[in-house]
Design a protein around this ligand. Structure first.
Ligand SMILES: [Zn+2]
Length: 92
Protein backbone atom coordinates (compact mmCIF):
# COMPACT_ATOMS: atom_id res chain seq x y z
CA UNK A 1 0.00 0.00 0.00
CA UNK A 2 1.40 3.36 -1.02
CA UNK A 3 2.14 5.80 1.80
CA UNK A 4 -0.51 8.25 0.59
CA UNK A 5 -3.19 5.64 1.16
CA UNK A 6 -2.15 4.97 4.75
CA UNK A 7 -3.73 8.21 5.89
CA UNK A 8 -6.85 8.08 8.05
CA UNK A 9 -8.53 10.54 5.69
CA UNK A 10 -8.52 7.87 3.00
CA UNK A 11 -11.22 5.21 3.12
CA UNK A 12 -10.47 1.66 2.05
CA UNK A 13 -13.14 0.01 -0.06
CA UNK A 14 -13.12 -3.66 -0.97
CA UNK A 15 -14.40 -4.05 -4.52
CA UNK A 16 -15.16 -7.51 -5.87
CA UNK A 17 -13.88 -8.14 -9.38
CA UNK A 18 -14.06 -11.30 -11.44
CA UNK A 19 -10.94 -12.91 -10.06
CA UNK A 20 -10.30 -11.28 -6.71
CA UNK A 21 -11.28 -8.63 -4.25
CA UNK A 22 -9.43 -5.40 -4.92
CA UNK A 23 -8.75 -2.53 -2.55
CA UNK A 24 -9.98 0.82 -3.74
CA UNK A 25 -9.24 4.09 -1.99
CA UNK A 26 -11.52 7.04 -1.58
CA UNK A 27 -10.96 10.33 0.23
CA UNK A 28 -13.26 10.90 3.19
CA UNK A 29 -15.40 14.00 3.29
CA UNK A 30 -14.07 16.56 5.78
CA UNK A 31 -15.94 16.72 9.06
CA UNK A 32 -18.12 19.67 9.91
CA UNK A 33 -16.31 22.42 11.74
CA UNK A 34 -17.47 23.56 15.12
CA UNK A 35 -16.92 26.76 17.03
CA UNK A 36 -13.94 26.56 19.41
CA UNK A 37 -15.77 28.51 22.12
CA UNK A 38 -19.37 27.27 22.06
CA UNK A 39 -19.12 24.08 19.91
CA UNK A 40 -21.94 25.12 17.59
CA UNK A 41 -21.68 24.05 13.95
CA UNK A 42 -19.91 26.27 11.42
CA UNK A 43 -21.07 25.74 7.82
CA UNK A 44 -18.47 24.31 5.42
CA UNK A 45 -17.28 26.24 2.37
CA UNK A 46 -18.97 29.39 3.52
CA UNK A 47 -17.82 32.92 2.86
CA UNK A 48 -17.36 33.15 6.61
CA UNK A 49 -14.12 31.17 6.26
CA UNK A 50 -12.31 34.24 5.01
CA UNK A 51 -13.28 36.58 7.81
CA UNK A 52 -11.47 37.11 11.08
CA UNK A 53 -11.60 33.92 13.21
CA UNK A 54 -13.24 32.24 10.19
CA UNK A 55 -13.40 28.47 10.60
CA UNK A 56 -12.57 28.80 14.31
CA UNK A 57 -15.35 30.79 15.93
CA UNK A 58 -19.01 31.12 15.01
CA UNK A 59 -20.40 34.54 14.13
CA UNK A 60 -21.67 35.21 17.64
CA UNK A 61 -18.41 34.27 19.34
CA UNK A 62 -16.20 36.13 16.85
CA UNK A 63 -18.34 39.21 17.43
CA UNK A 64 -17.89 38.86 21.19
CA UNK A 65 -14.13 38.30 20.82
CA UNK A 66 -13.75 41.40 18.64
CA UNK A 67 -15.75 43.54 21.09
CA UNK A 68 -13.82 42.24 24.10
CA UNK A 69 -10.57 42.89 22.24
CA UNK A 70 -11.55 46.50 21.58
CA UNK A 71 -12.56 47.03 25.21
CA UNK A 72 -9.27 45.60 26.49
CA UNK A 73 -7.29 47.77 24.07
CA UNK A 74 -9.15 50.88 25.22
CA UNK A 75 -8.50 50.01 28.84
CA UNK A 76 -12.19 49.77 29.73
CA UNK A 77 -11.76 46.25 31.09
CA UNK A 78 -8.77 44.15 32.12
CA UNK A 79 -7.85 40.97 30.24
CA UNK A 80 -8.65 38.99 33.41
CA UNK A 81 -12.29 40.10 33.17
CA UNK A 82 -12.73 38.50 29.75
CA UNK A 83 -14.26 35.00 29.76
CA UNK A 84 -11.61 32.30 29.37
CA UNK A 85 -13.07 30.95 26.12
CA UNK A 86 -12.49 34.30 24.39
CA UNK A 87 -9.21 35.24 26.06
CA UNK A 88 -7.11 33.27 23.61
CA UNK A 89 -8.48 35.29 20.67
CA UNK A 90 -7.56 38.66 22.12
CA UNK A 91 -4.10 39.86 21.12
CA UNK A 92 -2.14 41.50 23.91
ZN1 LIG B 1 -19.41 30.05 19.04
Amino acid sequence: MQPRYRSKSVRKLRVKTKNRTKLRFKRRQPKNKSCAACKSAIPLNSRADRRKFGGQLCTRCSRAAIIYGARVRRGEIAITEVALKYRKYIPI
